[in-house]
Design a protein around this ligand. Structure first.
Ligand SMILES: Cc1cc2nc3c(=O)[nH]c(=O)nc-3n(C[C@H](O)[C@H](O)[C@H](O)COP(=O)(O)OP(=O)(O)OC[C@H]3O[C@@H](n4cnc5c(N)ncnc54)[C@H](O)[C@@H]3O)c2cc1C
Length: 1002
């Protein structure tokens, strides 16, 4: 394994570029050089530059915020990013909410934090810091990990590159303040530090609610002189100090220390804990001046102690300065950090006043003799059309190999954590990498601690019993209905312990952001940690990100919102208090693969939940990116109870749609209201991204139609799916095969044995389609409420003549309309007049539908809406007058579904005749201007109440009409203008939709 020191050495080499890799001529030229297995070759790339600013602040500590705002107040344009989903990692991440007796907040910001509220809560601090940036026009992004630094032709610092779930982007700048704890940017520049020395060092960790523990590694356990207060309860806060060895200068070692500490400190009373270890970094930068005086005041330390030698335009803000470690520790106290940030921001702003923007940007790149493990796949995504400021050149280079495992699981959530347990129990060398600081994903940190339907046997029942047994029967937090409800903290800890007990390793606070692919087989993943980017080699990657992040980075096709549809299931971001386990909500749309949108939501959720203890750290999204696998589980597979010979997981739930549905079946025959439970099998082939081996994509990121996913997504079923993929991946390792080559019946027998799957899966046969007789009977039964439609729509070719035949045979007017609707929706225009007449028979609109938040089942449109959409699909201009007649009746407050029906139908017919009516609708009061342009806008537009849906319904009306207007030819560019606003806006799904429509037309 490569150490951090090696990585720094390589990064330091800069300029000189690798000559090895998959370039044939290069290989020939250096035949005698043996590639280093500790490095993975990466080809040349162009990284999109998304902003040009005066100053980039790396990291989200309180000092970082203070520096950013001070520089902004001095007139500099500032950009800040942090790997966390909040600001103030030094205060909130490691629980430094209390001031010591002699500490006085001197800056305005520290007074807001520590004086405004005497005993600050996490949300109070996070919101104050966030507002500070927003109010001072500092642009910032959450969940972004520094991966590279940029320099100009004179080797001066000139920008940064970061990774996030959208891919990688660069920001160009005149100067960088490195506000990370360990001066990560400075290390990436290869600047000189004092040497890393092994040996024991002090680490602190704070927990809320727990009782004091004893352990040999413990230096102290202090009950802090304040309590955390939430919902009328008080929770003790305990700070632990440990003496433990950081074995090597690697993130893996840091994670090992953290897991050990969590082993010791957890108990069943825990309601919250630090995300991050608190420690004083032992290495210091070699600065322009070493500060050797005794500490008197922050103001006395010269900027030169924070300024590295031999590199222009970078400053170290924090404890890695060139000073004694005791001074470093003093500077880590929040009041000092805030003051230091203030001072440095102002000084740096002044220095940058006369600095010019770099003209060329190069990543500081490794020149190690890297090995060829395959191509490094990743997304290079500029986020929005206007965020294109050229490219930063990333030459061929070498990524450090951070480890080699049998199984690497990205995302330790609902599926990923069980996968980690199964793989490690089977003896596979397993690593689970989770972006958050706990396991269990939506079910724990997402605060959905309650099952809703779902198949509960198999491995899931072991989890439930295990979680219950985390505390004695009479523990006050013991759930009465423990087979249904579970404590978030207990479940997180059960997962963690089981993985560790079985020998698995866990890294928190890191993301998977790429894949290494050789001959269509995944050979490793690219990860971004707070300490930099590297590769982890493995036999199987389990992509349990719930959004298919790794498969997509590897080039697999996927389904999501876009020009085809803006149907999104409702999402939320709820409040949280210690010991909360279930705060389900549905008041937003969030694209969690879009960092602009995620940042927007964290801002809005703070306003929505003002006064709460905290908000969750995981956007509660139901709609995710879904990989296209070898099979896409369809609505028809679910409705027809399709079986497969390779079933891997068994699911049970209803079509709990949480919003619009798009499949033609549901337009004609909406899903039944709650509680109609469907069973669904998911085959292995739906977890295999099309064209790739060595990877399994699970959970909400698996290959299924969005309308089918609600039946598949229940936690208990997905936990079993997690176990199954972990077991399969371990078997692949044992047998030295890729997952596609394993004898899957072996896996199924094991899964049947533990109750994950019903016995029948061992003999289930491939579905070959319905017989002609079955199709004919289905066609005959359509008059009974579209009975049989689920069979007919499995084969459009055979469906059309059968429906035509029945239509000609039947005399009942209603039945004829049903048959005509089927034909129209399949694009057949022979019987449009039947639908036109039916629509005409409605003197006014019937009761429509709009987003209502929680508890949306059944129809997402009215009968008249369905008829209009079906008619539109037949694409007949002659049908327009009937449709436009209904459009003219619409008023701004009418149901969203009516607007949607008109928009879908007119856009499908695409005739200039619709333009005037659509433009008139868009011009009605209240219809326009619902896009969110920036974070100030986002903050101002929050409507109170966790059930509010007005913002969604309004924006959707505007977007749908604009799309239709634009598609029909537009009026004075009105449609285009609206789409462009959304294309640039912060609402991720709307931006994707608008951008794809605009791109399609150009
Ligand atoms: C609001 C809401 C309410 C719900 N209500 C219920 C309910 O009542 N009952 C029920 O059974 N189901 C419910 N569901 C459904 C269920 O919770 C989800 O379907 C399920 O949890 C999804 O599991 P997953 O493993 O695919 O994703 P998740 O549980 O979200 O796990 C994904 C994990 O991957 C991590 N991650 C993501 N990207 C990366 C990356 N690149 N690198 C590293 N880590 C990454 C995330 O932090 C997360 O921990 C609800 C879902 C939502 C959103």
């Amino acid at each position: 394994m490569i150490t951090r020191r090696d990585f720094i050495k390589v990064a330091a080499a800069g300029g000189a570029l690798a000559t090895l890799g998959d370039m044939p001529e290069a290989k020939a030229a250096v035949k005698t050089i043996v590639p280093d297995p500790a490095y993975c070759y990466e080809s040349e790339k162009k990284i999109p530059v998304i902003a040009e600013v005066d100053l980039v602040v790396v990291g989200g500590s309180s000092a970082a915020v203070a520096a950013a705002t001070a520089a902004s107040k001095a007139g500099r344009k500032v950009f800040l990013f942090t790997p966390l989903s909040y600001l103030g990692d030094d205060i909130c991440g490691s629980f430094q909410y209390h001031l010591k007796k002699d500490e006085k907040p001197v800056t305005a910001l520290s007074q807001k934090i520590f004086v405004q509220k005497k005993e600050p809560t996490p949300l109070h601090v996070k919101q104050i810091l966030e507002n500070e940036l927003i109010d001072n026009d500092v642009v910032f992004l959450y969940n972004c990990f520094l991966t590279n630094v940029l320099q100009d032709n004179n080797h001066a610092a000139a920008g940064v590159v970061f990774a996030n779930r959208s891919g990688r982007q660069a920001v160009a700048c005149k100067g960088v303040i490195d506000a990370t704890l360990t001066a990560v940017a400075a290390r990436m520049f290869g600047l000189q530090f004092s040497p890393f020395v092994t040996g024991k060092q002090r680490f602190e960790f704070t927990v809320v609610g727990n009782s004091i523990k004893k352990a040999p590694e413990l230096l102290s356990a202090e009950l802090l002189p304040y309590k955390m207060k939430a919902k009328g309860k008080e929770f003790p806060v305990v700070n632990y100090a440990f003496e433990l060895e950081l074995k090597s200068d690697t993130y893996a070692s840091l994670m090992e220390v953290e897991q050990k500490i969590r082993d010791i400190t957890w108990d069943a009373d825990q309601g919250d804990s630090s995300d991050l270890l608190w420690y004083v970094p032992q290495q210091k930068i070699i600065g322009q001046q070493s500060y050797t005086n005794t500490f008197t005041s922050v103001r006395d330390i010269p900027l030169q102690a924070f300024t590295p030698q031999n590199k222009k335009n970078i400053w170290i803000l924090g404890p890695s300065l060139d000073a004694d470690r005791k001074i470093a520790e003093v500077l880590m106290r929040p009041v000092n950090a805030l003051l230091l940030g203030d001072i440095m921001g102002e000084l740096v702003a002044a220095r940058l006043a006369d600095t010019s923007m770099p003209s060329e940007l190069h990543t500081v790149q490794s020149n190690a003799m890297a090995s060829d493990y395959g191509l490094v796949g990743e997304l290079l995504n500029p986020l929005r059309p206007s965020m294109r400021f050229g490219f930063a050149q990333s030459e061929r280079g070498a990524l450090p190999v951070l480890g080699t495992y049998d199984v690497v699981i990205l995302g330790g959530g609902t599926v990923g954590a069980p996968a980690g347990i199964a793989a490690s129990r089977q003896g596979a060398k397993t690593l689970v990498i989770e972006q958050l600081h706990g396991l269990g994903g939506m079910g724990t940190l997402g605060l959905i601690g309650r099952y809703w339907d779902g198949y509960r046997d198999g491995f899931s029942s072991e989890i439930d019993l295990g979680v219950k047994n985390m505390a004695p029967e009479d523990h006050p937090r013991q759930q009465k209905n423990w087979k249904n409800d579970y404590n978030s903290d207990w479940k997180q800890e059960w997962y963690r312990r089981e993985i560790r007990r079985a020998g698995g390793e866990i890294w928190f606070g890191a993301i998977g952001c790429g894949a290494v692919i050789k001959n269509n087989v995944i050979t490793g993943v690219v990860v971004a940690t707070p300490w930099g980017r590297g590769v982890i080699l493995c036999r199987t990657v389990i992509d349990s990100t719930g959004s298919a992040d790794i498969a997509i980075a590897a080039g697999a096709p996927f389904e999501y919102t876009g020009k085809r549809s803006i149907a999104v299931q409702g999402a939320g971001l709820s409040h949280i208090s210690p010991t909360d386990y279930y705060n389900n909500n549905d008041w937003a749309f969030i694209d969690d693969s879009d960092m602009l949108d995620v940042t927007r939501m964290f801002v809005q959720a703070k306003v929505k939940n003002e006064g709460a203890y905290d908000i969750v750290k995981l956007p509660q999204t139901r709609e995710r990116r879904r990989v296209i696998g070898d099979h896409i589980v369809s609505v028809y597979d679910v409705l027809n109870h399709r079986r497969y010979p390779d079933t891997i997981s068994y699911h049970k739930s209803s079509f709990d749609t949480h919003g619009m549905i798009v499949d033609p079946f549901f337009i004609l025959s909406p899903p039944l209201a709650r509680h109609t439970i469907y069973e669904a099998d998911v085959p292995l082939r739906s977890l295999l991204p099309s064209g790739l081996d060595g990877i399994l994509t699970t959970g909400l990121g698996a290959s299924a139609h969005r309308d089918a996913m609600p039946v598949i997504r229940m936690q208990s079923c997905l936990q079993n799916q997690g176990y199954a993929v972990g077991y399969l991946a371990a078997l692949a390792a044992k047998e030295n095969k890729t997952v596609r080559k394993v004898d899957f019946k072996k896996v199924q027998r094991h899964l049947v044995g533990i109750g994950n799957l019903p016995q029948r899966v061992l003999t289930d046969k491939e579905f070959k389609g319905f017989s002609n007789k079955e199709m004919e009977l289905a066609a005959q039964s359509i008059p009974e409420d579209f009975k049989g439609l689920e069979k007919l729509l499995t084969d459009h070719k055979r469906c059309i003549p059968l429906v035509n035949k029945q239509l000609s045979l039947c005399s009942d007017a209603e039945a004829k309309v049903k048959y005509a609707s089927i034909l129209c929706i399949l694009g057949e225009s022979s019987h449009v007049t039947l639908l036109e007449d039916k629509i005409k028979s409605y003197p006014q609109w019937d009761k429509g539908w709009h987003y209502t938040g929680m508890g949306q089942f059944g129809m997402s449109m009215s009968t008249l809406d369905a008829l209009i959409i079906a008619l539109g699909k037949a694409k007949q201009t002659s049908s327009l007058p009937v449709i436009l007649e209904k459009a003219r009746l619409l008023e701004p407050d009418d149901y969203f579904s009516h607007f949607r029906a008109i928009a879908l139908a007119t856009e499908s017919i695409r005739s200039g005749e619709a333009v005037a009516v659509l433009a008139e609708l868009l011009s009605k009061p209240g219809i326009r201007y619902h896009h969110i342009a920036n974070l100030k806008d986002a903050r101002n537009r929050v409507v109170p109440g966790s059930d509010d849906v007005s913002t969604r319904n309004r924006a959707l009306k505007e977007l749908h009409l604009a799309r239709a207007l634009y598609g029909c030819g537009d009026q004075d560019g009105m449609g285009e203008k609206i789409l462009k606003k959304y294309a640039e806006g912060l609402q991720g799904h709307y931006a994707r939709y608008a951008n794809e429509i605009l791109q399609d037309q150009t």
